[in-house]
Ligand binder design. Structure first.
Ligand code: AMP
Ligand code: MN
Ligand code: MN
Length: 312
């Protein structure tokens, strides 16, 4: 059921033991929004815990209180009266779903979120879930400590490509401005987020070597095979290197994360790539979307290129 922000805040006010989670393959918005919410809810006297069912890339481990995040173990249960799912629909939280049967409160900004298994507050215009969590904090009268602000700013910055993408609105910058007043050091966050390991930079070089162009150079794609992909854990930012090609509308990156398991990222300047991702079982936003294809890399590429061809 769709609810309002005030209703979402009321659900939180009424709960005492809150399990907070977000999507697998967590990004800055997933980690930033869950950690910020954890700190706020604890400051309000709630018993709260973050569980994420995946590893977290090293850059994001620099966020304050990162060590509080737990990964569910097999058969584990968590005593909660609310399951708060941020930045995704409930189908992408992995085994966190098995930790509790508590009612779901889902807060998200993805157009592809059609969750109807609980209460959903979704704001498509919000640049990041962190932007919504900031508004929730105001509704809840929760204090925004420098640590909370740092987490929220990270989600805003990473989901907007550091305030460059089309989802950057006046409101986004107004929230960022408030967060800086609350103690954020923007350069600290930028420096942490841009760090790459040597293996990642070499992986980027290999990815660029695989560049292929399709449909009169309107589509650019890169692939990373398993042998290369297993040497590093993040491809953050790789796709942006080919999105910039002047003729390109749609850019894609396919990473073979395990044999027959391909992670697809897409970026666009016009075409709605969330529709393409949705058709292939994934989701996302108009200009940034993704999906997972359980098949060999060459087959995944064929299917993806055909699906993009239909859309452009
Ligand atoms: P990425 O390319 O990983 O940065 O993802 C871009 C956008 O697509 C993000 O908003 C993701 O949440 C979304 N997305 C990526 N992969 C999937 C997937 N397998 N299912 C649903 N949404 C996805
Ligand atoms: Mn996310
Ligand atoms: Mn997000």
């Amino acid at each position: 059921m769709l609810i309002t922000l005030t209703e979402a805040a009321n659900r939180i006010k009424a709960a005492n033991k809150i399990l907070i989670t977000s999507h697998v393959q967590p990004d800055g918005d997933a980690i930033g929004s869950t950690l910020a919410t954890l700190l706020m809810l604890r400051a309000l006297g709630k018993h709260a815990q973050v569980f994420i069912d995946d590893s977290v890339r090293k850059n994001l481990q620099a966020l304050p209180h990162f060590e509080e995040i737990r990964r569910p173990v097999d058969g584990e249960k968590f005593d909660a009266d609310l399951l708060l799912i941020l930045d995704t629909s409930p189908d992408r939280i992995g085994n966190v779903r098995k930790l509790t049967d508590a009612p779901v409160l889902n807060v998200d900004h993805h157009v592809t979120n059609k969750n109807d298994s609980g209460d959903l507050y979704v704001e498509h215009e919000a640049a990041a879930t962190c932007e919504i969590v900031y508004k929730l904090a105001r509704e809840l009268d929760a204090p925004i400590s420098p640590d909370v602000a740092t987490c929220l700013y990270t989600g805003l910055a990473t989901d907007t490509g550091f305030f460059q993408f089309s989802n950057t609105r006046a409101e986004t910058l107004a929230v960022a401005s408030e967060l800086i007043k609350c103690g954020v050091k923007p350069n600290f966050i930028s420096e942490q987020m841009e760090k790459k390991s040597l293996a990642e930079v070499k992986g980027l070089a290999a990815a660029l070597n695989s560049l292929e162009m399709f449909y009169d150079d309107k589509v650019a794609g890169m692939t990373i095979d398993y042998a290369t992909a297993k040497t590093f854990d993040s491809t953050e930012g790789f796709i942006d290197e080919i999105r910039v090609i002047d003729t390109v509308d749609v850019a894609f990156l396919i990473t073979e994360r395990a044999p027959n398991l391909c992670r697809v990222s897409m970026r666009s300047k016009g075409v709605d790539v969330s529709q393409i991702a949705n058709k292939l079982g994934g989701g996302g936003h108009i200009r940034a979307a993704g999906c997972t294809l359980k098949m060999p890399l060459t087959e995944a590429e064929k299917i993806l290129v055909a699906a993009i061809g239909e859309a452009i």
